[in-house]
Design a protein around this ligand. Structure first.
Ligand code: MCA
Ligand code: AMP
Length: 517
């Protein structure tokens, strides 16, 4: 008998076989068709010698195949390792080397396919599986060939504590880390959250988030599997298309703040879009702070109060505004049922209402550990097993939690993507004309934060922001996904501001740059 959480994940695949599960453009899959296709793919993987516990790195844009592949991995017990499709060579090499996967699945039309083709893959990789119509190289297999087998029979026994997913995430220092999530942590977190939001099989989710992060993948896809609703997947976010999909019967939309900002602009221009959005049952925002003026304007335009919630790759979604009670502007609400949240001081002691400290969380949705990094994992937990989020917050007297900032200025959130300033600095330092560099996130109305680089030029070179940008474009393009690239460059001819210990004072750089940009 499968365990309780695993059972919840597969329940609707077994019991709602004829009901619509996912659709994209004019293609649709019922839960039964999805499971059938997933099991055929899982059988193909098994024939290739891939088994429970093996990692499969998956680099795919949003598609029905991506969902089939995810469910196939879960059915087989292989660990699904989703990877951002915009990553470049170094980012991909690190993840593939670190995860030591048994296979890499990649979309036919992606730049990542060429990169993977040129990489020296670790010995663990037995196959590269390509999704989409294409001519294959000698080292590639086609997904449709792999998935043409009879559905997998004799499913492996899965335990709630078995690994389900790795989510690679940036930290303050070092390269990205693989966050290990078990079936228990994924399903506990998403079950509690979607229950709290009162998702039912009658809901239709309009999903335009990328499917390689917790927001789109876990709430969107796992949420649908657990709750049995149906989901219309959009390959790209387009505000007008999202609004029209809601107007045609969509009930839920989840977005990052950049999406909501664009939706408000679109609704301001076209009242029909606002009319369409007003049909939603639930609009949520997360991954970064929602602007209060956007929250207000949304309500004026649609009558909808956006439900803001908070989460992290390491913890799933842990704080949410109430579904039925007051959704308070600027706040992320209360702990999701089953999760404990405290605001703690430097010694991990809980603080009272109004006091500002680190947000720490404990509960079933928190990650097991960082893959292969026991020391880094240990540092993230307090002695009583609260997870240190690194986010700074406070509670008001009614218990509503507010995010005030982040402990580290080296973590940037832009467009909802988490970015490490140190990683970008490492790339820029390779340029012979750069002596030193400090990368910061500047407040930005559209992106939340936009990336700027303060540059100390070598040999007294002075260039304008535009000249630096064109000089560094190739370097950045080669090594960094587009959303990580600095959009502005500033010259500090006399060196970066440092404190008495020699540490770069990024707050001062941010203040300087805000004054002049
Ligand atoms: C792209 N561009 C940018 C950025 N990204 N410019 C500045 N800052 C950026 N961050 C540029 C591109 O280079 C391009 O420029 C132009 O903008 C359009 O790029 P494009 O890729 O088309 O942008 P987009 O498709 O419109 O993307 C905006 C987006 C996307 C839809 C908001 O960023 C997105 O999907 N974000 C969601 C990320 C997410 O899912 N995060 C959740 C993490 P040019 O035209 O000059 O080439 S999970 C998480 O955080 C936790 C668990 C939680 O709480 O949810
Ligand atoms: P990630 O590691 O990509 O999952 O990003 C997690 C981070 O996103 C958190 O640590 C927060 O800094 C940020 N975040 C998520 N939701 C919110 C929110 N509603 N308001 C402010 N920041 C948020």
């Amino acid at each position: 008998m499968p365990s309780e959480k695993v059972e919840l994940l597969f329940n609707h695949l077994n019991n709602r076989r004829d009901e619509l599960a996912f659709a994209i453009d004019d293609r649709q899959l019922t839960f039964g068709e999805l499971d059938d296709r997933a099991l055929r793919y899982a059988a193909g993987l098994a024939q290739l010698g891939i088994e429970k516990g093996d990692r499969v790195v998956t680099i795919l844009d949003s598609s029905l195949e991506l969902v089939e592949i995810l469910v196939g991995h879960h059915r087989l017990g292989a660990v699904h390792v989703p990877v951002n499709t915009r990553y470049r060579k170094e980012e991909l090499t690190h993840i593939i080397d670190d995860a030591r996967p048994a296979a890499v699945v990649v979309g036919a039309g992606l730049a990542a396919r060429k990169i993977v083709g040129e990489l020296e893959l670790p010995d663990s990789v037995r196959n590269v599986i390509v999704v989409g119509n294409t001519t294959l190289t000698a080292h590639e297999l086609s997904f449709s060939e792999v998935a043409k087998n009879k559905p997998l029979a004799g499913l492996p026994e899965l335990d709630d504590q078995d690994l389900a997913l790795f989510i690679y995430t940036s930290g303050t220092t070092g390269p990205s880390k693989g966050v290990e999530h078990t079936y228990s942590s994924v399903v506990s977190g998403i079950d509690a959250l979607t229950r709290h939001w009162q998702w039912t099989p009658k809901d239709r989710l309009v999903l335009a988030l990328p499917l390689f992060h917790v927001h789109g993948l876990c709430i969107g896809i796992h949420g649908t599997l657990i709750r049995g609703n149906d989901t219309i997947i959009h390959q790209r976010f387009d505000p007008a298309k999202v609004a029209r999909a809601i107007g045609r019967g969509g009930t839920i939309f989840m977005g990052v703040p950049t999406m909501h900002t664009r939706l408000v602009a679109a609704m301001d221009n076209d009242p029909e879009l606002a009319e369409a959005m007003s049909n939603a049952r639930l609009i949520t925002s997360g991954s970064a702070a929602l602007r209060e003026d956007i929250f207000r304007r949304y309500e004026e335009l649609t009558g909808q109060r956006i439900l803001e919630r908070y989460g992290m790759s390491e913890t799933m979604l842990t704080i949410s505004n109430p579904y039925e009670g007051e959704r308070r502007r600027g706040s992320v609400g209360f702990p999701v049922p089953g999760t404990e949240v405290r605001i703690a001081d430097e010694e991990d002691k809980p603080l009272g209402p109004g006091e500002v400290g680190e947000i720490q969380v404990r509960g079933p949705s928190v990650m097991r550990s960082y893959w292969g990094l026991p020391e880094k994992t240990a540092c993230q937990f307090t002695v009583d097993r609260f997870f240190r989020t690194g986010d700074v917050g406070r509670r008001d007297k009614d218990g509503y939690i507010y995010i005030v900032g982040r402990r580290s200025v080296d973590i940037i959130k832009s467009g909802g993507f988490k970015i490490s300033a140190r990683e970008i600095e490492g790339v820029l330092r390779r340029h012979p004309d750069i002596d030193d560099v400090g990368v910061v996130g500047l407040p930005d109305e559209e992106w939340g934060q936009r990336i700027a680089a303060a540059i100390v030029p070598a040999n007294g070179i002075i260039r304008t922001s535009e000249q630096w940008a064109s000089q560094l474009a190739t370097l950045c393009e080669e090594h960094l996904a587009d959303f990580k690239r600095p959009r502005e460059f500033f010259t500090y001819s006399d060196g970066l501001p440092r404190n008495a210990l020699g540490k770069v004072q990024k707050h001062r750089i941010i203040e300087d740059l805000q004054k002049i940009s």
